[in-house]
Unconditional design. Sequence first.
Lengths: 302, 356
Amino acid sequence: MAATETIRVAAPTRRSRLAERGVDRTLLLLAPAVVLLVAMFAYPFLYGLQLSLRPQEGGGLLANYRAFFADSFESGTILKTLRLAVPATAFNVLASIPIAYFMRRPFRGKRLLTAILVVPVTLGTVLVAEGLLRYLGPRGWFNRTLLELGVLDEPLRLVHNYWGVLFSLIITGFPFAFLLILSYMSGIDPTLERAAATLGAGPWQRFRRITLPLLAPGLATTAVLCFVLAFAVFPSASLVGQPSGSTRVLSIAAYHAAFEDYDYSMGSAIAMIMGAVELAVIGLLLGARSQLYKGPSTGGKG
Amino acid sequence: MVDELRLEGVTRRFGDQVALDGFDLEIRGGEFIALLGPSGCGKTTALNCLAGLLPLSGGSIWLDDERIDGLPPERRGFGMVFQNYALFPHLSVRRNVAFGLAMHGVAKQEAADRVEQVLDLVGLQPHAEKYPAQLSGGQQQRVAIARAVVMEPSLLLMDEPLSNLDAKLRLEMRTEIRRLHQQLSLTTVYVTHDQEEALSLADRLVLLRDGVVEQVGPPEELYPQPASAYVAGFMGYRNLLEMEAENGAANDQVSVGAKGISLRGTDRRDGGGRRVICAIRPEDLRPGDGPNRIDARVVVAEYRGQELAIEAMTEQGTALHVLTTERLVPGDTVTLSADPERVLVFDAEEAGDGGH
């Protein structure tokens, strides 16, 4: 073959090279979302960050942070928030698993049960708080019934303290966790457990060896979302909690600083600390999730 | 190995619908049984009842002298290969195969040895560390089979295991399943809607229709001697012609006719009913003069390598399927004939399309 017969290939244009790597004009469709994200999230975040670094009273960049951690009443709010958010998240996720597990198969009244479990999510925190006050308060039905039955000598204190807030977080957070886990659960091919049964696995082993590992990544995701919701607790902490004491959570501390002491800079610093703690917990959960199997949850083609 | 598995009047209802009605079957140890029938005939229900995945509405299942229909699936010790394979997606091939052994508390070393053996047997050794999603359909199928046979189950249940594979792979896996059965001689119940699969694999076929057994027998019996028009439709008799019988049968033969066709065929009726179905295989309708002449016009000619699959139409509109080596083209007129031995006449109440 003659050496002159070389095939000329047009050099790829810059555009086609970029398109090869997934960069083309369709990316412009992301623009509105990016603009919104910058305007609604990035800008306020950066503004808050720089505000927190310019203390009202002076004393250097980190004066607000130093003051926060030096005052145990202030820094204790981190622990108080975690003490509410972590148990609430754990309860909501763990309690959802068995219920969702038994609701995989259809049964009579399934829709009604789902509706009952999910309704609280639509009520809003204020309504739930009001209900809790009436139901669990010292003169509420719960205490009155137990007193009448002679189980108690004096009413249990279940509102205006830690427990009230925890109940409220569970009532509003559980439907959310349940719905998410139910959808993860229904994504798992039911023939997998049947296959495990024919291989000799009893009910517990089927759950433990097949369903739970396939569900775990979904549980981690659900836990992250539940935690974020519970960590930002504000209305219930003030309505059914003890906002100056045991349920003085980070968001209340930030509110105090900004809107009662008029120290916006300190308020921003507390918001930043809140974000950092939240990020740390989420990082921990997602780190654990990355150790898990995350492939498809069906067993083959079909 | 078990000597015998017995199903006695096994019945399963879903609401007021009867999926399986009084199913009786005796399976001998080492036998390969195919449950054959169209979708909705109850074959998968029967399999699930055997596996313990569906409780019975009536009847009983016996393994030798032990009644097992009350046992949950995990205590029956049967292996099952599912239609969609149902491989555990979060476990490697090796751990999928080892799963059942671990559940039965087989010692680690022994379990590992058995897994290796079975992986060798199905040729999956090079893929042992892969996850199911990384395998092709045929490989997934092999894992599913390996996972069931490693348990050396007293009964192996297979639910249309080849239906998700392409044509070429299906043939390969069919041979593979037959080879495995010859090697391990595991008692097997195999569900399929594909008569070719059933005929080539099974020692005995069970043909089901609407939850009732229509005919049971070895392929060598069902293929040439279908008991009804329904079974005939499954055994390759594509021409099922509704006709009327004339009076007087002689030497097991009877004359039938309709729409300008008159034929002499082998009498397979129970009584002497006048309404009949006349069943003829495409390869038994030959172009050329002979007994049972039918004149028709070629409508469609499909190339099949050695042969042509012809659809021909008689003057009065009866469609006929013909398989021939003659090079016919659409529009040709052709005279067909059929050996009366190969023309089967059945009662018409068994009518209906053979379930294709």
